[in-house]
Design a protein around this ligand. Structure first.
Ligand SMILES: [Zn+2]
Length: 284
């Protein structure tokens, strides 16, 4: 929290007095309690929650607007990116975690606590083989987020081994490295045509496709933009499987599906839009 205050103070040093600041917009990881202005159920604090709005309002004396980062990114996309004129818009982030922001008929979905876009915690594996950071099992994020992709890779290797199909992958460079397995290594080796890495990316593609189809079938957007480091660094690996297979899972008419043109700035621009009241956020 002190770091956030220091950052805002140094921004003010370079821009002007606090009296000229309309409001402070914050886009943060969740889950949130929007009414209390806190991040809840987090391992980042020994208390289990992080209070954001109150200390910032106490320090700077300006209104603070708090949003989940993916929800904020949807506003960024709507006002500054590819989502202009799309009243039905989904922004999906595939990053350290997985989340979405959802605009339906021009209404930004927030939910009772501000967590309406926590799509990364939808169950994609009823066998519940991997544990999610939220403490539950079988969630999309536990398999396909940047942080958890190595766990999914190990699970795939175990499955191949137990069905005696691992032999054809025995020369995989993923076995020959002394580095700890990361999503970056898996993507790099998939691009180098390593068959095991490609198999892992195929499996990730299947889950991403099913989960995104679920989102489209529920919310019926006209545009889906995808951001987050996993997608932005590997659009050649992440997007094609979705575009190729999603029709097999869609009941609703297929929307346009693209990577966000805003890069890493979608959430930041959304926080700006919220602070400028371009879109009136109305928590319950
Ligand atoms: Zn979860």
């Amino acid at each position: 929290m002190n770091q956030v205050i220091t950052m805002i103070s140094s921004l003010l040093d370079n821009s002007g007095p606090i009296e000229e600041v309309e409001a402070i917009g914050i886009a943060t990881f969740g889950p949130l309690d929007l009414e209390k202005g806190t991040i809840v159920n987090t391992s980042h604090s020994p208390k289990g929650f992080i209070s954001l709005r109150e200390p910032l309002e106490d320090t700077f004396g300006r209104p603070v607007l708090l949003l989940n980062d993916a929800t904020a990114a949807t506003l960024g996309e709507y006002f500054f990116g590819a989502g202009q004129r799309h009243a039905n818009l989904v922004y999906l982030t595939l990053s350290t975690g997985i989340g979405a922001g959802i605009l339906v008929d021009g209404h930004l979905l927030l939910g009772k606590d501000g967590n309406a876009g926590e799509v990364g915690h939808m169950t994609v594996d009823p066998a519940e083989r991997l544990s999610c950071g939220c403490g539950k099992k079988g969630h999309w994020e536990a398999y396909c987020s940047g942080q958890n992709l190595p766990n999914f890779a190990k699970l795939i290797v175990e499955d191949l081994s137990s069905s005696s199909k691992l032999g054809r992958f025995s020369n995989s460079s993923l076995f020959g490295t002394s580095e700890a397995l990361t999503s970056e290594i898996i993507c790099r080796e998939a691009r180098n045509k390593d068959e095991l890495a490609q198999k892992i990316i195929d499996e990730v593609g299947k889950l991403n496709t099913i989960a995104l189809a679920n989102i489209i079938n529920i919310y019926d957007p006209s545009l889906v933009t995808i951001g987050g480091a996993v997608c932005l660094k590997n659009p050649d690996l992440i997007l094609p499987p979705i575009l190729k297979e999603i029709d097999n899972h869609l009941a609703n008419r297929r929307p346009e599906i693209i990577t966000t043109p805003l890069g890493d700035d979608a959430s930041l621009l959304g926080a700006l839009a919220a602070a400028l009241k371009l879109y009136q956020i109305q928590p319950t």
